[in-house]
Design a binder for this molecule. Structure first.
Ligand SMILES: [Fe+2]
Ligand SMILES: [Fe+2]
Length: 313
């Protein structure tokens, strides 16, 4: 495909045209779309084993069923993304079962174990809010018609997930000092990890092709700021402390620590005095964290040889 055709496509999508099928795409458009939808689908898929790990600690049958309902939603969100990838010519069996654990593309946060019900609820409030913010932007701005339509259902369900997290966080905080301390301890490692979720800061990110093709509409910093505007007022309203401040009701939230920082994954602890380079953060993301291999194994074992199940039937 010539460069002129690609330039024309970039112009058309900037003016609001939607792309509806593979025939209308250039190679560049298809490559970027495949990349961004893979990240989205993998994020949805991996949230299932990440949340399941903590759902086993649910305090009651009804709360367990709520957690499982969320996990079921996430699997259906992954299905929407993978169906789009199939239409782009990506093999679903390869996507699900043939990739190595480190080849899945999802936020590093899911690689850190959610060890308790409290941590699951904080994940719903922070991580699902991040998903909602990112997909809300895609829904509003994306130039790929089938993805835009698929996200109507996803956004509604993400709202349920994040409200589930908030309701439980408030309930646990209101239960007394011990509950409040548990929620605060989870926030202490999970808040900075979700700040990282949005990727490199804009001044370091040179890759703007996805914006040029209008796969999404906002930059990393804009999305991060949008997420902070949602979660911080809620957390403050229930008395949690966060390393942020702002200089007026309408001004942007500012972090009270300098990014990037070293993170001790085994201890789930930020080393506030150890400033590192973004290259080291990217290295940590790529190396993946403690739960990566186990989660992929849990997913891929469903493609087994099941003949043993039928013996004697
Ligand atoms: Fe989701
Ligand atoms: Fe979700």
């Amino acid at each position: 495909m010539s460069t002129a055709v690609d330039t024309l496509l970039r112009q058309k999508v900037q003016e609001g045209s939607l792309v509806e099928s593979i025939d209308e795409m250039t190679e560049g458009y298809k490559r970027e779309l495949t990349h961004i939808v893979t990240v989205s689908g993998d994020t949805e898929l991996l949230s299932a084993p990440a949340y399941y790990y903590a759902a086993r600690k649910a305090p009651s049958v009804n709360s367990m069923i709520s957690a499982l309902a969320i996990i079921q939603d996430e699997l259906s969100h992954a299905h929407i993304a993978y169906r789009i990838l199939e239409e782009l010519g990506v093999d679903r069996d390869w996507l699900m079962y043939e990739r190595e654990p480190h080849e899945f593309r999802y936020p590093y946060a899911f690689d850190i174990p959610l060890d308790s019900w409290v941590e699951l609820c904080v994940a719903n409030a922070l991580y699902d809010q991040a998903g909602y913010t990112l997909l809300g932007d895609v829904f509003e701005h994306t130039s790929y018609g089938p993805w835009k339509r698929g996200l109507v259902k996803v956004s509604k369900e993400e709202t349920f997930h994040l409200l589930h997290g908030r309701r439980w966080m408030k309930k646990i905080v209101d239960s007394g000092d011990e509950g409040k301390q548990l929620v605060q301890q989870a926030m202490d490692w999970m808040f900075p990890l979700t700040v990282e979720w949005f990727g490199l800061p804009d001044d370091l990110k040179t890759h703007t092709t996805q914006l040029e093709y209008r796969m999404k509409g906002l930059t990393n910093d804009q999305l991060r700021a949008g997420w902070m505007d949602e979660v911080i007022p809620f957390c403050c309203s229930i008395g949690l402390k966060l390393p942020v401040h702002r200089n007026g009701d309408d001004s942007a939230w500012e972090l009270e620590y300098e990014l990037p920082l070293r993170f001790d994954a085994a201890e789930k602890r930020w080393l506030w005095d150890e400033h590192i380079g973004w290259d080291q953060v990217v290295k940590r993301w790529k190396a993946r964290g403690p739960r990566n291999e186990a989660m992929i194994e849990q997913i891929q074992r469903s493609r087994g040889d099941f003949s043993w199940m039928f013996k004697g039937l």
